[in-house]
Design a protein around this ligand. Structure first.
Ligand SMILES: [Zn+2]
Length: 375
């Protein structure tokens, strides 16, 4: 069993450390100290420099006592979405909330707290364990940039868990979508709207034509699309010559993700062409989807450990990406697991103390179950 009051106090402390995306220096320094105290070697990679942040990903390694056990990865991200500065956590009736003017930051400091508590428990109770790799990443929010730019030469794990889902403990995400981001710039032709409108080509009208006919929102059970941003135009007396539209396509099926992306690009290209304009497409693949079999070691060990922690294991699919998308791409079979954070990315975010403790217990059981497995 973990120490409940200790993990709650630790979590309350962690959420009070400001760590907006690309500004993780303070928490990275604190976590480096904490991990070092547990006997980990801690490397900080240079991903922060590549993305304009002030800290890198922390990749820690704790040598185990069971040399034949597979190397286990435990991951969580250090950054938070805004507004996340000066969080004042409140404890009431078994629930932890912010004071209402900021997010809480359980996403993802509940994951960090659970990993730290599990490591401390393993050390105190001298539980046998294999080698453990801990990855505390930067800039997960807004595009998984830390995981994307991580120093892969430091990754040694065979499989692992990313503690970053809003499901309750026991929930195992076996399917997650990939995402393409598509930026379309429509170049029309400027003209005086009152004197010579006929010599202009209105880029806003062209974008509107394409958007109006596009199928977006939920496309099918595993595919979604969204037009998220639009900019364009300067004044009412100018026929606008430039519009920028940013959209995304996601699917848990790579082929469908590509098809939806092509379909959206084509709609803008055609609308532009028919009207004598040009659509410039800038396509960025954010990450690939992943699907884990129920027979995968990651999934089997998570189930076994959940039962040992008195939690009911459940399989879920998600519509969101996480660092696990990249770890899977790098060949480390990684499942995202539910840690009980709720109403994330809002000022109503909260977590039940029970869920925080259950997650830490689950991680202890995962470490124990992995120690008994073989490479
Ligand atoms: Zn998160």
């Amino acid at each position: 069993m973990i120490n409940q009051e200790r993990i709650i106090a630790d979590f309350m402390g962690l959420v009070q450390i400001n760590s907006p995306t690309k500004n993780e220096r303070q928490i990275a320094d604190l976590l480096t100290d904490r991990l070092t105290q547990f006997g980990c070697t801690v490397d900080e990679d240079r991903a922060g420099e590549k993305i304009g942040g002030n800290a890198g990903n922390l990749i820690a390694y704790l040598p185990g006592t069971m040399p034949n056990a597979p190397v286990l990865l435990l991951g969580a991200h250090m950054d938070c979405v805004s507004p996340c500065e000066n969080v004042r956590p409140q404890r009431k009736d078994g629930r932890i909330t912010s004071s209402g003017d900021t997010i809480l930051g359980a996403d993802d400091k509940a994951g960090i707290a659970a990993i730290l508590e599990a490591l401390q428990t393993v050390e105190e109770q001298q539980l046998p364990h294999g080698d453990i790799q801990i990855v505390f990443s930067i800039a997960e929010e807004g595009g998984l940039y830390g995981a994307k730019h991580i120093d892969r030469s430091l990754l040694k794990a065979s499989f692992g868990y990313e503690l970053d889902s809003s499901g309750r403990p026991g929930e195992i995400i076996t399917k997650a979508p990939g995402q393409n981001q598509i930026k379309i710039t429509i170049h029309g032709k400027a003209a005086h709207a009152g004197i010579a409108p006929e010599s202009g080509i209105n880029a806003i009208t062209i974008a509107a034509t394409a958007i109006a006919q596009l199928r977006q929102g939920r496309i099918d059970e595993e595919t979604t699309a969204n037009i998220g941003v639009i900019h364009g135009g300067i004044a009412t007396n100018i026929v606008p010559d430039l519009v920028e539209v940013i959209c995304e396509a996601r699917s848990r099926n790579l082929k469908k993700m590509q098809m939806q992306t092509e379909y959206m690009c084509e709609a803008f290209k055609q609308a532009a062409e028919v009207n004598g304009a040009k659509a410039i497409i800038d396509l960025e693949k954010k990450y690939d989807p992943y699907v884990l079999s129920e027979e995968a070691s990651t999934v089997k060990i998570a189930c076994q450990a959940a039962k040992a922690a008195n939690l009911a294991p459940r399989f879920e699919s998600t519509g969101g990406g996480s660092d696990a998308n990249f770890f899977n791409l790098y060949g480390i079979e990684t499942a995202v697991i539910g840690i009980g954070m709720q109403k994330c990315h809002t000022t109503e975010e909260f977590i039940e103390e029970e869920d925080l403790c259950n997650t830490a217990n689950w991680v202890v059981e995962i470490i124990k179950a992995t120690a008994k497995a073989t490479k």
